[in-house]
Design a protein around this ligand. Structure first.
Ligand code: SAH
Ligand code: SF4
Ligand code: F3S
Length: 442
């Protein structure tokens, strides 16, 4: 099965996107070249997600395509990785007999072993424990880079499939991460985003020396050339003063915190096993705002969890007003195989009710976010340039330290830091004119 070109389709979160970068790197190191599309590739890789039912459905279309491409060109190898593959394990081959190799998020390296082995039998690899961050980096360089600091999750959120697809939490060694940050900078990165399911519990499992997430932030901030440092996601339960202070004390740590809420009702939070209640969440927000007044705060919210009444939902709406989020990702609850919440039968919220609620929530989130964004109008903000604007080829786009998308006019190249005077703001983006270019800024 000599294959020479590959194509990776990625579903799901930033963790999966990062895993896909390492799949690219691994395959390039084995001599494979990127194909423009799955229809042309000798090796088709689907890196899957199973967080909600909608993710499963999108995947089915891609699997159907892969099957067709393979029928047209029988030598094609189909590989399926990621959380969906992990949640089904060998059932993947029963349901989709054209799949040659399946692997979970902890076994990405086995894809390489499989390709080298000339195996004629379909193979599945589903152990936990491997860090994709240790695999070769892909050749493409970028000013923004991800770094995987841990795998897995020790929380037991009752709706969530992730602990079963990514296993227990394991932190990568501290020194490896500092070395990786140095090598990312050497390859042109100036913004680093630390990834984990629960980043602020990083390091508690390390031996002989335990480390803390705030120590890691300080060590990466100290790497020469790291201009911006971000992380996602922290758990409200573990959001403590040392991490909040890092935003104030360390220049590179950006003025943005993504703090997943899930629900504004203490009753629902309890049923979700989120380990904090409404007041505790709001006290974290107050602590953050007290230390970093101008911070951008973003969140994740689920509506329609079993047992959520209109009164519970009203508590979520009220909390969005209180916390003044700059953005929120909103989801309709989706029962997931093997999770505790999937067994709940009382107080189920109908699809119509859930979609009516999410509509109201989105409207409020947009109103609050639009109002919040006005604080940037008339202000100069530092923008890391990403390239051409998606809507207007005459303009450029980038991101501010507050993690707002910024569209602007001016002359700059991707990877530069520019100063942009903001002229208008919507819930999702800012717009303005560049005034100063990079080197002048730092
Ligand atoms: N570990 C991270 C992210 C988990 S997945 C965290 O805890 O923040 C990203 C988001 O997907 C979650 O925050 C949650 O809002 C949403 N999500 C997870 N499982 C879900 C489900 N079964 N139905 C709907 N949304 C879900
Ligand atoms: Fe899922 Fe909860 Fe872990 Fe996030 S913290 S990955 S929502 S179990
Ligand atoms: Fe991410 Fe989806 Fe897995 S959100 S952790 S790829 S289930």
């Amino acid at each position: 099965m000599a294959a020479s070109t590959f194509h990776v389709t990625t579903f799901g979160c930033q963790m999966n996107q990062h895993d896909s970068e390492r799949i690219d790197g691994l395959l390039e190191s084995l001599g494979y070249a990127q194909a423009d599309s799955a229809s042309e590739a000798d090796l088709i890789v689907l890196n899957t997600c199973s967080i909600r039912e909608s993710a499963d459905r999108r995947l089915e279309t891609q699997l159907g395509n892969a099957k067709r491409f393979k029928a047209a060109r029988p030598g094609v190898v189909v590989a399926v990785g990621g959380c969906w593959a992990q949640s089904l394990k060998d059932e993947v081959f029963e349901r989709y007999p054209f799949v040659d190799v399946a692997f979970g998020p902890g076994q990405v390296d086995q894809l390489g072993q499989f390709l080298l082995s000339d195996s004629v039998r379909a193979q599945g690899y589903f152990e936990f424990g491997g860090f994709t961050g240790e695999l070769p980096m892909r050749s493409k360089q970028s000013a923004s880079a991800w770094m995987q600091i841990s795998v897995g999750c020790n929380q037991k959120c009752s709706y969530c499939i992730v602990p079963s697809t990514r296993g227990l939490e394991l932190s990568r060694p501290f020194a490896d991460l500092v070395a990786e940050a140095e090598s990312l900078v050497a390859r042109g990165a100036r913004e680093i985003t630390l990834l984990g399911q629960n980043v602020n519990s990083y390091g508690r499992d390390l031996r002989p020396e335990r480390r803390s997430f705030s120590e890691l932030l300080a060590a990466i901030d100290a790497v020469d050339g790291v201009d911006r440092l971000r992380y996602t996601s922290p758990h409200p339960q573990d959001m403590r003063a040392d991490v909040i202070d890092a935003h104030v004390e360390l220049d590179s740590v950006c003025e943005h915190i993504h703090l997943p809420l899930q629900s504004g009702s203490s009753k629902i939070l309890k049923a979700m096993r989120r380990t904090y209640d409404r007041d505790r969440y709001l006290s974290r927000v107050a602590m953050i705002r007290g230390a970093i007044p101008d911070v951008s705060l973003t969140t994740d919210i689920i509506v329609g969890f079993p047992g959520e009444t209109e009164a519970d939902f009203q508590q979520t709406l009220a909390l969005v007003e209180d916390a003044q989020f700059d953005a929120a990702y909103t989801f309709i609850y989706s029962p997931r195989r093997g999770t505790e919440a999937a067994l709940l039968t009382d107080g189920l919220v109908s699809a119509e009710e859930a979609s009516e609620r999410i509509g109201r929530l989105i409207e409020l989130v947009q109103r609050v976010a639009t109002a919040r964004a006005q604080r940037f109008v008339g202000r100069p903000v530092e923008v890391l340039v990403e390239g051409q604007s998606r809507t207007d080829p005459e303009r450029l786009r980038g991101r501010s330290r507050h993690n707002k998308a910024v569209n602007f006019s001016g002359v700059a190249v991707a990877g530069e830091l520019v100063e942009v005077e903001i002229e208008s703001a919507t819930s999702t983006s800012l717009s303005g004119q560049a005034t100063l270019v990079a080197s002048a800024l730092r």
